[in-house]
Design a protein around this ligand. Structure first.
Ligand code: NAD
Length: 494
């Protein structure tokens, strides 16, 4: 990001960097300071058509490249990502606002997906059975789909594109990344490093734009599969529209994550872990805890401990040493959250820690809300059901574990939930009954590692196969079943 205010060529199509076709430019700003980082002409439908054409042209050769040779690019890519991890983390902090430590951690989690995808020669294998009938054999082969695409959100500019890209190309597909137009600079860096790794032109492409670009991908007949991560309303739109156009679609949506705190938990340690989960990345994590339900007499002590912990969090510019929480992505996001909290409080509940005045991040930007803790938010209050996506935690009480599980089961979302306890029986009951796709037991952010699926249920996920791990290999390949008979009498005698 040397020439930060220059108009940036942010589309990578068929191995060449290009400007988007739009005649107007979008400003990319540092959400902590308001500093202008880049001006970007957005891509339009015609750019998507060029990208799909380039990806379709690259597909036959790439598909024929042996898996063992395909992964050599990913090995090189991993080395480059590790060598440049500080630069990538800085790009994430500059355009997203999270702290450098948080940014570096997300790049690391992204790199783990590249590492898993390097196992494709083993992971992509099919299976077979001799003599399904006398002299007849059956073989299942996995083949790549063709052109695939991923549409990603603003909150993990490095990690989420890497939930998809490595698996898509390792399995022999070609790929188009459509990152959030609010954080395109990290995506540019990720693709520049793939270029440096020598990936053949057209195998990985980048288009930066908004809804017109998404619609062009959804409607293009040559796009075979779409992965999406973002808010639930957009997930539903993309799932419906993509499926209707005959594509394989996986959509990860929004969340409302509950944590249950049992009276037998170590409440000081639990408060620390839940505080990190609720307020890390300014609460802009799809696995952030949003509602804590403290069972029995845990409520008073837990509330005191978490208020004390959260009030010590230092908010500010994520590039500065000692800052523990950055800004929200935009001032609109801040206004939306303040409005939700005000509306919710009108229906009851009280404020145990008020961070609504925020802080000044050292620039012109007013995007900060400091950690905010609300208590006794009634089950009918929208604050227990609406995704807030900011540093706001509700602490409620429940009489029993059953009541707590009932409360979280009411949510339309099912991304993750967690229990803090020292009882194996309570933990097992929770794991068994809680209706979310990711479960934490004494874990605040239940994020699956790259070799496990990033699960998610209900309104947090639309589709069958999840991102990461073996699900990703299934998603990016078609199964072909071959049934063979080679009668001796039909063959030439040797
Ligand atoms: P978003 O839905 O606004 O945007 C996501 C992507 O969709 C972006 O690339 C954007 O350009 C595109 N988009 C936005 N509006 C669109 C429209 N009307 N039509 C077509 N495309 C559109 O989400 P965001 O604000 O970038 O990210 C935050 C959301 O993502 C939160 O709801 C969060 O919970 C969710 N999220 C979910 C997961 C998960 O794993 N389930 C992970 C990260 C974030």
């Amino acid at each position: 990001m040397g020439q930060q205010t220059a108009s940036l060529e942010s589309n990578f199509i068929g191995g060449a960097w290009k400007h988007g076709s739009s005649s107007t430019e979008t400003n990319i700003q540092n959400p902590a300071t308001g500093e202008l980082l880049a001006r970007i002409p957005m891509a339009e439908e015609s750019d998507v058509h060029s990208a799909v054409e380039a990806a379709a042209k690259a597909f036959p050769d790439w598909r024929r490249t042996p898996p063992q040779d395909r992964i050599q690019y990913l090995f090189r890519y991993r080395t480059l990502l590790l060598d440049r991890i500080d630069d990538i983390a800085r790009a994430v902090t500059l355009e997203n606002g999270k702290t450098l430590a948080e940014a570096k951690a997300e790049v690391q989690r992204g790199i783990e997906n590249v590492e898993v995808a390097c196992g494709i020669p083993t992971l992509m294998q099919g299976y077979n059975l001799e003599d399904i009938a006398s002299g007849i054999d059956e073989i299942m082969i996995r083949q790549p789909l063709g052109v695939t695409a991923a549409i990603t959100p603003f909150n993990f500019p490095a990690m989420i594109p890497l939930w998809f890209l490595p698996y898509a190309i390792a399995t022999g597909n070609t790929f188009i990344l459509k990152p959030s137009e609010r954080v395109p600079l990290t995506a540019v860096l990720l693709i520049q490093l793939l270029q440096e790794a020598g990936l053949p032109p057209g195998v990985a492409n980048l288009v930066v734009g908004g809804k017109p670009v998404v619609d062009a991908l959804l409607h293009h007949p040559d796009v075979r599969a779409i992965s999406f991560v973002g808010s639930t309303p957009v997930a539903k739109y993309i799932y419906g529209e993509g499926s209707m156009h005959g594509k394989r679609v996986q959509c990860q949506g929004g969340a409302k994550n509950y944590v249950v705190v049992m009276p037998d938990a170590d409440l000081e340690m639990t408060a620390k872990i839940v505080s990190d989960s609720a307020f890390g990345c300014a609460g802009q994590r799809c696995l952030a805890v949003s509602v804590a339900v403290a069972v029995g007499d845990a409520k008073k002590k837990f509330t005191e401990a978490i208020v004390e912990r959260a009030s010590s969090i230092r908010t500010g510019n994520g590039l500065e040493q000692g800052v523990q929480m950055g800004p929200l992505i935009t001032s609109q996001s801040k206004s939306r959250i303040l409005k939700l909290v005000e509306q919710g409080l009108r229906q009851g509940g009280s404020v145990a820690l008020d961070g609504r005045k925020g802080v000044n991040g050292g620039g012109t930007q007013d995007n900060f809300i400091a950690p905010t803790i609300l208590t006794d938010i009634d089950a009918s209050n929208p604050l227990t059901s609406t995704e807030i996506f900011g540093p706001v935690l509700a602490v409620n009480g429940a009489n029993t574990l059953d009541d707590a599980i009932h409360a979280l089961s009411q949510s339309a979302f099912g991304n993750s939930s967690a229990i803090f306890t020292s009882s194996g029986a309570a933990a097992r009951k929770f794991r068994y009954e809680a209706p979310t796709g990711n479960i934490g037991v004494n874990i605040g952010v239940a994020a699956p590692m790259a070799y496990f699926p990033f699960s998610g249920w209900k309104d947090s996920f639309m589709g069958v196969l999840h991102g990461q791990g073996k699900d990703a290999i299934e998603f990016y390949t078609d199964k072909k079943v071959v049934i063979e008979r080679w009668p001796k009498e039909w063959s030439r005698k040797f």
